[in-house]
Ligand binder design. Structure first.
Ligand SMILES: Cc1cc2nc3c(=O)[nH]c(=O)nc-3n(C[C@H](O)[C@H](O)[C@H](O)COP(=O)(O)OP(=O)(O)OC[C@H]3O[C@@H](n4cnc5c(N)ncnc54)[C@H](O)[C@@H]3O)c2cc1C
Length: 554
């Protein structure tokens, strides 16, 4: 690759320093892929020049590619690749507008950290409710490209529900604006004699001629990040005139494989003012299915869970956790005493469930909590607790949200190993699914793992801790993936509710989609990116051998 030529084309920065390449060879996944060069593009015209340069050089250098990166907290290897990495956080980091007329919205560049974005939206009493648990670490470009979700997705859905408009640089090197189109607008786009017009014509034809098989392939779960969401682009409506054609439904969650996002317009909501938790302590998993269904009747805003291993590990790293929380270290330390005592006396619950009830006045919230608590007590012999205030709730939220981040920093030679980290089934399958999932993981004796997730959606994060130098562990990764994804596939669930495919799951997409659908994914990629310049091996063209070769070594 002629780096000097590339440098002369753009205003932004370029690095090939080994320390930088090493840094960009990792995300929060189990993989390591060293790029050749990292570029910090300054503006859309830099990106256009880079895309054109790659197009011009691709035939002589078939391995040339462009992989976008925002904050690099992806758990799948999504922002990793061996050619050019484009980091958006250095220059594409401006929030352009936050407003509430006619309703809440924000216009932003993709490299803005979510924590900064949220400060500005909350200042206007607005919120993007699909923020992930990595809200202190991630950036909004990654949130869109992964179709992220989080604790509030139970009530508010995922990022796909909050995108009004995207600016994208496509593989022809031009920037386009995408939004939802009426039938009439679609017809005029299809008439355009340029690359955009060609995309609309070809996608329309692909979707219309395969409509039935595409609609049937839609996973029967409340959240899905796997594959390209073809079924959402041009869904059937009551009348042809009312049909909406929205390519943003395809870009969201596509992991930068179809183009580069340069600007995002989000729809935002007004968050509820008051929130308290009903905490449920389970000694075993047996009542879980019935309990989740019971609590869901009272419509909690979120319904989260973490297990005994999470709690034990969190207590091991308590000083770090306390640093992240508001309040004096001593008072926070005392807050965790009940949990520490539980562990010492062997009374630790197997699973803790957090049902969050919200409202615009405190009485309304208290009433909801009391009713839900009484109903639970009537039917289940379990310990329950209602948090007094936000400060008390924060302890539970911190355990739930921060455990993965904490684990990543610690534990000697062992790494967090997210590879069956995001399975989801239909809520009705929960009573049967969790024991089976546990059984599969328990076959690997000595494998420590934490279980946490979104109980209300039946979406669970199983995160083992592994020493990657141990061959047995490396072997367990594809073995266990195969078994878990077979189970999820047999229940028509999704292999990833929020974290996406990347290197870790692209090879397994066949576990939930037919060969016909996988072929439509390939055709979709080919319509947008015929030379395969954007983030190869993700979504389509993945190879298990490549992924296994790139599991980190230490
Ligand atoms: C502690 C922790 C907790 C997490 N919890 C959650 C959770 O609750 N829910 C959840 O959904 N995820 C979670 N994640 C995963 C991850 O944080 C999210 O997917 C997040 O939204 C990724 O954002 P990012 O800025 O780090 O993206 P990156 O890692 O930089 O990139 C993610 C993907 O987006 C693509 N991309 C980035 N920028 C662009 C762009 N400008 N144009 C086109 N493509 C682009 C990349 O190529 C890559 O494929 C968690 C991760 C960690 C470390």
């Amino acid at each position: 690759m002629n780096i000097e030529e590339l440098k002369n084309l753009i205003k932004g920065d370029v690095t090939t320093a080994d320390a930088d390449l090493v840094r960009y060879s990792r995300d929060a996944s189990i993989f390591e892929v060293k790029p050749e060069v990292v570029i910090y593009p300054k503006d859309p015209s830099d990106l256009k020049n880079i895309v054109n340069w790659v197009n011009d050089n691709k035939s002589n250098h078939p391995d040339l590619s462009l992989t976008a990166r925002s904050a690099g907290t992806d758990m799948t290897g999504g922002p990793l690749n061996d050619s050019i990495i484009l980091d958006f956080t250095k220059y594409f980091n401006h929030i352009l507008e936050v407003g509430d007329k006619p309703s809440g919205y924000a216009i932003t560049e993709p490299g803005v950290y979510y924590r900064d974005f949220e400060k500005e939206t909350l200042a206007k009493d607005l919120l993007l409710p699909s923020y992930p648990a990595s809200h202190l670490l991630c950036a909004v470009g990654g949130v869109v490209a992964n179709n992220s979700g989080g604790e509030k997705s139970l009530s508010y859905g995922k990022t796909e529900d909050y995108i009004e408009e995207l600016n994208i640089i496509l593989s022809d090197g031009n920037e386009y604006v995408f939004n939802a189109l009426t039938s009439e607008q679609l017809e005029s786009k299809k008439l355009q004699q340029d690359f955009e017009g060609q995309i609309y014509r070809e996608m329309y034809s692909l979707l219309e001629s395969n409509q039935e098989v595409i609609q049937k392939a839609k996973p029967d779960v409340s959240k899905n990040s796997a594959g390209y969401y073809l079924w959402n682009v041009y869904p059937p409506a009551q009348s042809e005139a009312k049909r909406i054609f929205d390519l943003n439904k395809l870009f969201v969650g596509s992991q930068g494989t179809l183009g580069l996002i340069t600007k995002i317009k989000f729809r935002l909501i007004k968050p509820k003012k008051y929130s308290k938790l009903l905490v449920l302590f389970l000694k075993d998993l047996a009542p879980l299915g019935g309990l989740v269904n019971e609590v869901m009747k009272f419509k909690p805003e979120s319904f989260e869970t973490y297990d005994d291993q999470t709690l034990k590990l969190v207590l091991r790293f308590l000083p770090d956790l306390i640093k992240k929380m508001k309040g004096s270290a001593l008072s926070l330390f005392f807050k965790f005493l009940p949990e520490a005592t539980m562990i010492l006396t062997g009374g630790i619950p197997k699973l803790v469930l957090l049902a969050e009830f919200t409202g615009d006045n405190e009485e309304e919230v208290d009433e909801k909590l009391k009713t839900a608590q009484e109903a639970v007590k009537e039917k289940f012999d379990i310990k329950t607790h209602i948090t007094k205030d936000t400060e008390e709730s924060e302890k539970y939220w911190t355990i739930r949200r921060e455990s993965f981040a904490l684990l990543r920093k610690h534990v000697g030679n062992e790494h967090t190993a997210p590879f069956v980290d995001d399975v989801i089934v239909h809520v009705d399958q929960l009573p049967m699914f969790l024991p089976k999932l546990n059984e599969l993981v328990a076959q690997y004796k000595g494998l420590t793992y934490t279980l946490a997730g979104h109980a209300g959606d039946a979406n669970f994060h199983v995160i083992p801790l592994m020493d990657f130098r141990d061959e047995a562990n490396r072997k367990a990764i594809p073995e266990l993936s195969e078994k878990v994804y077979d189970l999820v596939g047999s229940l028509h669930g999704s292999i990833t509710a929020e974290h996406n495919d990347g290197l870790v799951r692209t090879p397994y997409l066949g576990k939930m989609y037919s060969t016909e659908i996988l072929e439509l994914f390939k055709q979709t990629k080919n319509i947008f990116d015929p030379k395969n310049i954007f983030n190869p091996r993700k979504k389509v063209g993945g190879s298990l051998a490549y992924s296994l070769e790139h599991i980190m070594h230490e």
